[in-house]
Design a protein around this ligand. Structure first.
Ligand code: PLP
Length: 425
């Protein structure tokens, strides 16, 4: 038995599926999870001694590459002063000032410890602010695992939600409406019918959790305008896109000004940290200023805000041009392979987010994404792992290019993807 398998057997005895988050279990690709010992730059090392070229980046945070020396130094320095105080620090203020300078749509924010908490708390703030209950999300949009957001749509432009997960009472989701991504007409219709009951619309400005799906022109601004017209709150869930597409996130990239924003992943620099924030009048609803309660023992943890702040201070606009160039090189290489091999696949990318879909595409919504040949994706993924490429282990995820990926790493991935496309056919 391999060392990896031995650890997996132990892990499965003590944790569901042997993991602390389901997608890590590799079940969607018919494989075993790889146990990691360390990461540096663009690579991961496994317990079996394999070195993998990483395009998961801890599911987003590792934009600088793993174990960035400046981030590590800063975290070590702060760790020496104590790990957690449960009391405010100047570091949190500095972090908040930095975020607000990068995201001018936000006037105030609060730190939490996960993206799930950020979206859940933003919705509570929006409901408290508007005095309304209904929230709108899009089919295929993932906003963490809080009850009200674990909903997908049935077919049709918009349906009232039914729970996606066992253990979520119907009552928890009866105020969640699910609409089709990139379908502004359906959303307009929904507002025309029920707009005065809608507290908020929450959207991934570039969908990453159905694979990489860019917004259609006018879709994001349309959401903001409809919310403004009906007195609802527009919420951009930028947990994935925040400081990934531009320093100021998708809202900078697409020139949008949402009422509220959720951030996570990159802004925590690899430690557990997320943010929700927005217009001052909405954030003034939060305790102790207002009646909406939200709290956290480890919120704004000094190590986490230091990792986040150091990461954000290192990122410069020129880095996003680099990420765009490497992303474009990867996309062009994959597209060439798809065309030359006449594979029933397409590649979609925004900046450093990219997905190879096993459907001819284009993929504009969950309804399109669900046409993918997921069995073929599983074979594709297994072949990539054999070639030493660590790609997200599910069809409906975005892969990430980091600043540690140069031309050599991108070309290595292109060659492996070319082989995996043929091997999976
Ligand atoms: N929102 C989006 C867009 C995400 O991609 C994720 C996680 O992948 C979340 C929210 C939840 O974040 P977390 O896993 O930190 O709870």
């Amino acid at each position: 038995m391999s060392e990896n398998h031995e650890i997996l057997v132990r892990a499965e005895r003590v944790m569901p599926g042997g993991v602390n988050s389901p997608v890590r279990a590799f079940r969607a690709v018919g494989n075993e999870p790889l146990f990691i010992t360390r990461a540096a730059g663009a690579t991961l090392s496994t317990v079996s001694g394999q070195t993998l070229l990483d395009f998961v980046g801890s599911w987003g945070p590792a934009i600088l590459g793993h174990a960035d020396p400046d981030v590590l130094r800063a975290v070590h320095r702060v760790a020496d002063l104590g790990l957690s105080f449960g009391a405010p620090t100047e570091l949190e203020v500095e972090f908040a000032e930095k975020i607000l300078s990068l995201y001018p749509s936000m006037e105030m924010l609060r730190c939490v410890s996960s993206g799930t908490e950020a979206t859940m708390s933003a919705l509570r703030a929006a409901r408290g602010f508007t005095g309304r209950d209904v929230i709108v999300k899009f089919n295929g949009g993932y906003h963490g695992h809080s009850d009200a957001l674990l909903v997908k749509a049935g077919s049709g432009a918009a349906t009232f939600g039914s729970p996606d997960s066992a253990g979520v009472p119907r009552a928890m989701v009866e105020n969640t409406v699910v609409a089709r991504y990139n379908d502004l007409n359906a959303l307009t219709q929904l507002f025309a019918e029920d707009g005065l009951r809608i507290a908020a619309v929450i959207v991934e400005p570039v969908a990453g959790n159905m694979g990489c799906v860019p917004p259609s022109p006018g879709f994001l601004q349309g959401i903001i305008d409809l919310c403004a017209q009906y007195g609802a709150v527009s919420i951009f869930d930028e947990v994935m896109t925040g400081s990934r597409l531009a320093l100021g996130g998708a809202q900078e990239f697409y020139h949008c000004n949402p009422d509220m924003t959720c951030l996570g992943k990159i802004v925590g620099g690899g430690l557990p940290l997320a943010v929700y924030g927005g217009k001052r009048k909405i954030m003034a609803q939060i305790a102790p200023l207002g009646p909406v309660y939200q709290a956290g023992t480890l919120a704004g943890n000094p190590l986490a805000v230091t990792a986040g702040l150091t990461t954000l201070n290192k990122l410069q606009p020129a880095h996003y041009a680099e990420l765009e160039a490497m992303g474009a090189r990867l996309e062009a290489g994959v597209l060439r392979s798809i065309r030359e091999g006449a594979h029933a696949a397409c590649v979609q990318r925004v900046g450093s987010m990219i997905t190879v879909f096993f459907t001819p595409g284009p993929v504009r919504s969950w309804e399109d994404a669900s046409q993918c040949d997921t069995a073929r994706f599983g074979r594709f993924h297994q072949d990539l792992i054999r070639s030493g490429i660590y790609w997200p282990p599910a069809q409906f995820e975005a892969a990430f290019v980091s600043l540690a990926h140069g031309e050599a790493e991108i070309d290595q991935a292109i060659a492996a993807i070319d082989r995996a496309l043929s091997a999976s056919a």
